[in-house]
Write a protein that binds this ligand. Structure first.
Ligand code: CA
Length: 375
């Protein structure tokens, strides 16, 4: 089952009558790998549109991939990582490899006519509770936050909600009292007992994180995500160890070794992302690492088509799922192209059970939304 062709392209979302650039803000960076008349789809990390990762796939990975056996895929992926290790490894290269890995698993599933979760050893569950991940709250006032959360609650009926701060990454400790006021207002809206999480997006010092964390404990929030800068592993571990609330991090880890360092620092819930680190293979390795350490494995995921389907395939195989799966803002944008992409239903997402990723693609729409990169 030899790889015959490797394609890389963006899929732009939104109104097709608008200029191309308008639809690239939340684009999907796709790697399509052809073998034996079949095609497998993978997705790269969307940071800066995923353009850099696609360039690495096209220029540096495709020549090695062509002619290799799809079923030798773990060897191929490790060979590519070590060939390109001085480009990172974190970031562009691992985002590119994640896309290649997901595409190869999609192909393997199609070849064996089985969903990926069957090839991984089977699913514990085929419906996974999800949480609505609601971003942009640094820029809203208290009322704006409450209205935004209320709208998502009504529209999606999630099993839990996470409010994300986003905001300017070069600022920390900007409005601690205001942040706590927003957390309180959301608790008042949903009532006691409803599962809530708070994502600081790395915007506190250690002291501020402890103060906000104590407030979240009082308010019954169930996790506190990325309180401090992701690159300050010791600081993240210190906050995790000093607070009672579960502190999480890891969406900016691009290697298994980086997740191990985070666990070593004291973080007890990690959130690797399938389109950033290792694809299906990498996420399974993370699941094993977490299981070995008794650490909660709760992947980050914001990409509603290929990324989400791949993530759900892996999550379904994890025995101890302690938190819901992430469903980020704007998930419905892919619906006319990925026609059966998982969508909210009774607080859950169904794990696709068709071959490979289990996604059905409207090829005509994909062609219309496809943007080929120059060079
Ligand atoms: Ca986050």
């Amino acid at each position: 089952m030899k790889i015959a062709r490797v394609e890389t392209f963006l899929v732009r979302w939104g109104d097709l009558s608008q200029p191309v650039e308008a639809g690239l803000g939340a684009a999907t960076a796709v790697v399509a790998i052809h073998a034996d008349g079949m095609v497998g789809y993978g997705e790269a990390s969307p940071m800066q549109g995923g353009v850099a990762s696609l360039a690495v796939v096209a220029r540096d990975m495709a020549p090695t991939l062509i002619g290799t056996d799809v079923l030798d895929h773990a060897v191929t992926v490790d060979r590519l990582l070590h060939k390109l290790i001085k480009l990172g490894p974190d970031g562009i290269v691992t985002g590119a490899l994640a896309a290649v890995d997901i595409a190869l698993w999609d192909l393997k599933g199609k070849a064996f006519r089985q969903p990926i979760h069957k090839l991984l050893g089977g699913a514990w569950r085929l419906r996974l509770p999800f949480y609505a991940s609601i971003g942009g709250n640094a820029a809203r006032d208290v009322d704006g936050v409450v209205r935004t959360v209320e709208a998502r609650l009504r529209a999606e009926q999630p099993s839990a909600i996470k409010i994300r701060w986003d905001g300017t990454r070069s600022e920390i400790d900007r409005d601690i009292a205001g942040d706590i006021a927003k957390a309180k207002a959301v608790r008042r809206l949903v009532g006691d007992g409803y599962p809530l999480a708070f994502d600081a997006n790395n915007r506190y010092s250690i002291g501020a994180a402890i103060r906000v964390g104590r407030a979240l404990e009082e308010l019954g929030y169930i996790w506190f995500e990325e309180p401090v800068e992701y690159y300050h592993f010791k600081a993240m571990g210190e906050v995790a160890q000093r607070l009672d609330i579960t502190v999480s991090a890891g969406e900016q880890c691009y290697t298994l070794q980086s997740v191990a360092a985070l666990i070593d620092s004291g973080v007890r819930m990690v959130q690797p992302d399938i389109v950033k680190m290792g694809g299906v293979t990498g996420l399974m390795q993370c699941a094993a690492l977490c299981h070995a350490h008794g650490v909660e494995f709760v992947p980050h995921q914001t990409q509603p088509s290929i990324g989400n389907a791949a993530n759900l395939q892996v999550l379904s195989t994890v025995m101890h799922a302690t938190k819901p799966a992430e469903l980020a803002d704007g998930w419905s944008r892919v619906a006319d192209t990925f026609v059966d992409a998982p969508r909210p239903e009774g607080g859950c997402l169904a794990v696709p059970d068709g071959p490979g990723l289990g996604l059905t693609i409207d090829e005509a729409m994909l062609a219309r939304r496809r943007v080929d990169l120059a060079g």
